[in-house]
Each structure stands twice: as structure tokens, then as C-alpha cells.
Design a protein around this ligand. Structure first.
Ligand code: G3P
Ligand code: MG
Length: 345
């Protein structure tokens, strides 16, 4: 048996391994909590296993997401244990803190507030642009209200956009695709302008674009998978290619990207540091439902992967995923935790 080398914040010794839980399709499906979740959590506490939540969802501050999750699960969830898709995008702050950032996705101004919290000082959203210029998206049935801030928006729009960051799923795909595209083909990020035709077909896009989550689909309480942010990206890529003949260049955060796993490891180092002098590599198990994100990312990062069958992955028989095989496939999250604890005994 290995030595217990993890000591948590309060000085208590915990099990010498940690678990990283995906949320959607593993612990919850839409508004419903999966029936095995509670037992899985109880097993963790009993066995003093440190764990974090790593989701490709987001759209709100980590503190708010932790509160929502805590309410859903009926147990306390510390925001320091929770990583959402856009959490690692904090790394972009030094580069873009004074830039004009178009932040896309989420409800109302929620993602704008998240981005401002992270340290981006000049954030504008498609919603604000639409409010200032209703004609930016003539197909909308959504009536924008002129607000007292309208003049401020219009003033802001005079400054070119330097960078686009998609923080969450768009709630108005047509409009948001239009505005992202407008920026990418504009003259230097200036909305309402477009490059000359020759330049449009030969030059690079006008600004960089970042996405927080590449999931094409995800698991909810609907019987079959639903579009994720990755589908929005596919649409934007296709439109951009169609209009310019060029490939869209972009950077993605979220699972399965290495940057997200590095971020998760830094969170584990904080909440469950290895004891002084312990130079061994941390033992981590990722429990996920999506082979292309949870499992692919864990495997590539050298972590163990446990694939459950309650979400995206629905094998016909009992086989593992063919492209991204997990360390083990189990029925649900409780079996995942039991398997891990047994293996570590
Ligand atoms: O939008 C959320 C989704 O793409 C996946 O969430 O918790 O399964 O990583 P999760
Ligand atoms: Mg999932």
C-alpha cells in the first residue's frame, strides 16, 4: 500500500489519489440529479478522497456555478473545487486586459461580468451591439430595447474589436454568428466595415478568436445529445470558409485541451497538496461521459479515465470507446467511485 501523501487545507490526511468529475452526463442531466450521485459523494467522504469538478459548461462565475451545483446536489460545493470551461481563459488576461474584447455567449450580461471579473477591462457583447444597432441582425424577432446606456454602447463601437472570446453557448446563434463574422472580415476589427474583396480572399482574419468549449454535443435530460458550443464553432468555420475561401484560425480551451488539464492540476495542487518532499506524480482519475472530451483529455494528460454510460457514451454491447478507450467503462458514477477505491486499496 502506498503512503498517504496528500494533506488537505485543514491539515487532514486524505487518500493518495484524487478524482476529477465531469458534471453533465455524470452527476446530473439537465435539472435532474442522477440517482447514483449522492452515493458516490458519500463514498468519497467516507474514504477521504479529494475531488474537483471539471465541466465544459459555464456562462457564470465559478462561485455562482458552485452555488447552483450545491443546491442541485444538496451538498456544499466550494467554488475552489470547480472549474468551468472559461476558467483557464484567465491566462489570456495579461495579453488582452486593455484590449477591446467581444465576449460571446450566455444569458444577458453574465459572461461580460465573468470576463470583467477575470480582469478584461473593455468588454462588449453581441447583445449590447444589437441594442445599439438593431439593424446589425435584421432577422431577429428579439426586440432590443434602447437603454439609457445606448450612447455608451455606440461610443464603444467606434473602437475596433481586438479579439473575440466565446465564453459560453450562444442563446442567439444567428445574431452571434453574424457579429462574430462581421468582426473577422472587418477592416481591423471595425464593425460595419468589410475588407476589399481581394484582401478578403488573401489575408488572415482580422482578429484572433478563442472558444471555451469544443463539445459538439453534450448530455442533458433530453433523450439524445444536444448541440454544444463546438457546433456553433463548426457553423462559424463553415461560413467563414464559404465567404473568404480561408480556414478560420482559432484557439480552444476546455476539455480535452491540455491547458485545461494543467489548470485542473494546479487546482488539485491547491486543494490537496502533495506532502513536502513527495516528488511522485499525482494519481488522478477522471470520471466522464464524453469520450472526445473527458476521456481523450485525461488519456493525453496521463491521467486514468473512467467512462460512464449515463451520458453521451452509449455502447451497443459492453465495449470500450474505439477511438478514445478509457481505462475502464462502468455503468454510472457510483460504480466509477467504487472501482477507483477498490483499485487503490
Ligand atoms: O455545455 C456543457 C457541456 O458541453 C458539457 O458539460 O459537464 O459534461 O463537461 P460537462
Ligand atoms: Mg459530460
Amino acid at each position: 500500500q502506498r503512503l498517504h501523501t496528500h494533506i488537505n487545507k485543514s491539515g487532514a490526511i486524505s487518500a493518495p489519489y484524487s478524482i476529477v468529475f465531469d458534471i453533465d452526463g455524470v452527476l446530473v442531466k439537465g435539472k435532474q440529479v442522477l440517482p447514483q450521485t449522492r452515493h458516490a459523494l458519500e463514498l468519497l467522504w467516507k474514504n477521504k478522497v479529494s475531488y474537483i469538478f471539471l465541466t465544459n459548461g459555464g456562462g457564470v462565475r465559478e462561485v455562482q456555478k458552485a452555488e447552483e451545483l450545491s443546491k442541485k446536489l444538496g451538498v456544499p460545493v466550494n467554488y475552489e473545487q470547480l472549474i468551468v470551461s472559461h476558467s483557464p481563459m484567465r491566462a489570456l488576461v495579461p495579453k488582452y486586459k486593455d484590449a477591446n474584447v467581444l465576449v460571446v455567449g450566455g444569458k444577458g450580461l453574465s459572461c461580460k461580468h465573468v470576463a470583467e471579473d477575470y480582469g478584461f477591462k473593455n468588454v462588449v457583447t453581441p447583445e449590447e451591439i444589437h441594442n445599439a444597432h438593431p439593424s446589425v441582425f435584421p432577422l431577429s424577432t428579439h426586440h432590443t430595447r434602447p437603454t439609457s446606456l445606448e450612447e455608451e454602447y455606440i461610443r464603444k463601437l467606434e473602437k475596433p474589436i481586438d479579439v473575440v472570446m466565446v465564453f459560453h453557448d450562444s442563446l442567439n446563434w444567428g445574431r452571434d454568428l453574424q457579429i462574430c463574422l462581421d468582426v473577422l472580415v472587418s477592416k481591423g476589427g471595425k464593425l460595419g466595415t468589410i475588407k476589399d474583396p481581394d484582401e478578403l480572399h488573401s489575408s488572415k482574419q482580422s482578429t484572433p478568436i478563442y472558444f471555451s468549449n469544443p463539445d459538439v454535443v453534450w448530455s442533458t435530460d433530453f433523450p439524445v445529445p444536444r448541440f454544444g458550443q463546438g457546433t456553433f464553432k463548426l457553423c462559424l468555420e463553415k461560413i467563414y470558409k464559404h465567404l473568404t475561401g480561408q480556414e478560420l484560425e482559432y484557439t480552444t480551451f476546455g476539455k480535452p485541451m491540455k491547458s485545461t488539464y494543467e489548470y485542473a492540476e494546479s487546482v488539485l495542487d491547491k486543494i490537496s497538496p502533495l506532502a513536502d518532499g513527495d516528488n511522485t506524480k499525482r494519481t488522478v482519475y477522471v470520471v466522464g461521459d464524453n469520450p472526445s472530451s473527458d476521456i481523450a483529455g485525461a488519456n493525453a494528460y496521463g491521467w486514468n479515465s473512467v467512462l460512464v454510460k449515463t451520458g453521451i457514451f452509449k455502447p451497443k454491447n459492453n465495449e470500450n470507446h474505439h477511438i478514445h478507450p478509457a481505462t475502464v467503462v462502468v455503468d454510472h458514477v457510483e460504480d466509477a467511485v467504487r472501482w477507483i477505491i477498490e483499485k487503490e486499496k
